[in-house]
Design a protein around this ligand. Structure first.
Ligand code: SF4
Length: 382
């Protein structure tokens, strides 16, 4: 009997929000990062190639089903809705909706292989899965996945060439920091050496590399080192993308325990921004793209190529740093409340937010109370 459902994992990078999601493994094989609470109660499993192929078949089946309502560049939404309503289970409806969204509003040329570290799968299995995606979903032009630095370092150059040949286009890797001391502190279970070895092999194979940097991950004690060592790793690899994920101590996380034990002092919001500035000041001979593609980052518009846009990004940060403190505070509160623009757009805030910000401005002094207020909002984002 035809398979009518496929698994959908919990997360994907923001840049894959519109991609089709194919769950190749379940949860995280490491699961010990102290800042991460995502899979803590879940055990890691690999899925069989046979089961994953059935999921791909189900995706292709829904794709064909929806495609028959596509004429002259438009979808017959009423017929699609009728078909959706006739599906017998909620799970089938979720799968149908995901494929529909992917075909109509998403990036119908991209698929992301979930969950946290798909590259841990045997290369032979992964190439078979990727080839099957290419065969059954030929409209796919981009296949991407997560891979931890230690896993990447253990994969041979030849295996990366095979993955590229099969059709793997991009690997996202949460490096978080280039500092060994900070990697140890946050329980990442990887080293700078592994990052550089793994990253270079990925690039050499012609696979795009997208790494994540967490300003503030080392707390006040390692703030400078976090910035400098991360710049050193970026300089050594020249990744295609560097994505900023400002660090915040999440309530209930193992990092919070470190704070309580006096072993971690969180940087202020502005100190985390200074880390981004320091990191950028130490970038040399790179041409990848730096993306501030998450609401958790204070300045959303620090985006650009690490060669031609480097000076502009630094100027942009410096402009904010030179603002009167009152203005900075106002923007910080707005941003942490979810404001999507930068400080030049604060006049677009609605009355309710204006009022709330004014209350905070007048009652919360700079220092611990102010940082606690900001962190309370940031706690929701991750
Ligand atoms: S490797 Fe990723 S998913 Fe796994 S514990 Fe660390 S941050 Fe979480």
């Amino acid at each position: 009997m035809e398979n009518t459902i496929f698994q959908i994992g919990p997360i994907r990078p923001p840049s894959e929000a519109n991609s089709l999601l194919l769950r190749v493994t379940e949860n995280c094989p490491w699961n010990q990062c102290k800042f991460c609470m995502l899979y803590k109660s879940q055990k890691f499993h690999t899925r069989t190639v046979e089961d994953i192929k059935k999921d791909i078949d189900a995706m292709a089946m829904y794709r064909d089903s929806i495609k028959k309502y596509h004429n002259n560049g438009t979808f017959d939404i009423a017929s699609i809705q009728r078909e959706f309503n006739h599906l017998s289970t909620q799970k089938e409806q979720e799968c149908y909706y995901m494929v529909f969204h992917w075909m109509t509003e998403g990036n119908s040329q991209a698929i992301f292989l979930q969950d946290a570290n798909t590259l841990v799968l045997k290369t032979q299995w992964l190439t078979e899965i990727i080839s099957y995606v290419r065969e059954k979903l030929p409209e796919i032009k981009r296949i991407t996945s997560y891979g931890r630095a230690d896993t990447l370092s253990k994969i041979s150059q030849e295996q990366f060439f095979q993955l590229k040949e099969a059709g793997l286009d991009r690997i996202h890797s949460g490096f978080e920091t280039g500092s060994d001391a900070v990697l140890q502190l946050i329980g990442k279970g990887t080293t700078q050496k592994q990052q550089i070895e793994g990253g270079k092999k990925v690039k050499k194979a012609g696979i795009e590399l997208s790494i994540y940097f967490m300003p503030g991950a080392g707390g006040k004690a390692y703030s400078h080192e976090n910035a400098i060592e991360t710049a050193n790793v970026i300089n050594a690899i020249n990744p295609d993308f560097v994505r900023l994920r400002t660090f915040v101590v999440k309530t209930g996380s193992l990092m919070e325990e470190l704070v309580k034990q006096g072993k971690f002092t969180e940087c202020s919001d502005m100190e985390k921004l200074l880390e981004i500035k320091t990191m950028l000041e130490h970038i040399k001979h790179c041409n990848g793209f730096l993306a501030s593609d998450h609401i958790i980052n204070l300045l959303q518009n620090v985006n650009g190529y690490l060669d031609k846009d480097l000076d502009n990004m630094l100027d942009y940060i410096n402009t904010f740093l030179a603002l009167p403190r009152k203005m900075q505070r106002k923007y910080q509160i707005a941003r942490r409340m979810g404001f999507a623009g930068d400080w030049t757009m604060l006049d677009r805030l609605d009355m309710q937010h204006q009022y709330a910000i004014e209350q905070y401005e007048n009652t919360v002094p700079d220092g611990i109370a102010f940082e606690t207020l900001l962190n309370q909002y940031m706690d929701y984002y991750i």
